[in-house]
Design a protein. Structure first.
Length: 46
């Protein structure tokens, strides 16, 4: 049996249909503000 370890995947989209499909596969979906804070912490923003 071959098993691949899955790495976290980030999907940034405003497409509600795509968001629903991603959630259906068990992904954690966060809003745009939370995404921005995750990618660029407050200390790095100008």
């Amino acid at each position: 049996e071959l098993r691949a370890e899955l790495e976290p995947v980030i999907v940034a989209t405003s497409d509600r249909e795509l968001r629903a499909r991603v959630e259906a596969h068990g992904a954690k979906v966060i809003g745009g503000g939370s995404f921005l804070q995750t990618v660029i912490p407050d200390t790095q923003r100008s």
